[in-house]
Design a protein around this ligand. Structure first.
Ligand SMILES: N[C@@H](CCC(=O)N[C@@H](CS)C(=O)NCC(=O)O)C(=O)O
Length: 201
């Protein structure tokens, strides 16, 4: 498999998941400004939206969108325990968390990362991110895991996004439960390995 990534972007989540499951894969870095890979190949030929992550499967098929990619990786090696089995209610709770992270939490950050965003829109986005952080702080207080009772791809995905507020000037010390939660996940060997591979450690 080939995973197309940009250091520190949401593609870090499937990168960590691949390392957690011990999958055989190659990480291919993409320059999101030029849409070229490190080797100079056109990333738009892989994903016409130009967004990472994209995963090329062993059969040559391309999979995009984090929730689908994360579940695919988890299901390829179910013994790693990163997602409950299909059909059970826990699976739907996991899907609910992944969908929230992709469609609500991630999207709240987008204006803060976009250079052309007006100050007014940035202020609104700042409030939206902080509201999500406050809700997550409540949800994670006294809990070690975001979905169910065990470590899952939802924890990996949330961990990656909890690394973003600091880059847009949001002080995470206001969210101590989230800080402790992310701190524990950061200690996992697969997380450290992915961060080092992306030049972030
Ligand atoms: N809905 C997509 C969003 C992916 C996405 O927005 N990726 C960002 C990095 S975190 C990206 O590639 N941005 C470049 C761009 O929008 O041009 C998913 O969840 O996989």
């Amino acid at each position: 498999m080939q995973l197309f990534i940009s250091p520190g972007a949401c593609s870090l989540a499937p990168h960590i998941a691949l390392r957690e499951t011990g999958a055989d894969f190659e990480a291919v870095k993409v320059d999101l400004a030029t849409r070229k890979t490190e080797a100079g190949d056109d990333f738009l030929a892989v994903n016409s939206s130009g967004k990472v992550p994209a995963l090329i499967l062993d059969n040559g098929e391309t999979l995009t969108e984090n929730p689908a990619i994360l579940l695919y990786i988890a299901d390829q090696n179910s013994s790693a325990g990163l997602a409950p089995a299909e059909g059970g209610r826990d699976r739907y709770q996991l899907l609910s968390r992944l969908s929230f992270l992709a469609s609500e939490f991630h999207k709240a950050f987008v204006p803060l990362f976009a250079p052309a965003t007006s100050d007014e829109a940035k202020a609104d986005a700042n409030v939206a991110v902080k509201n999500h952080l406050a809700a997550l702080e409540k949800e994670l207080t006294g809990r070690d895991h975001y979905a169910g009772e065990t470590f899952s791809v939802a924890d990996i995905y949330l961990f990656v996004m909890l690394g973003w507020p600091g880059h847009v000037g949001i002080d995470m010390s206001a969210y101590p439960a989230l800080g402790a939660y992310a701190g524990k996940i950061a200690q996992r060997p697969a997380v450290g390995a992915a961060l080092r591979a992306e030049g972030l450690a």
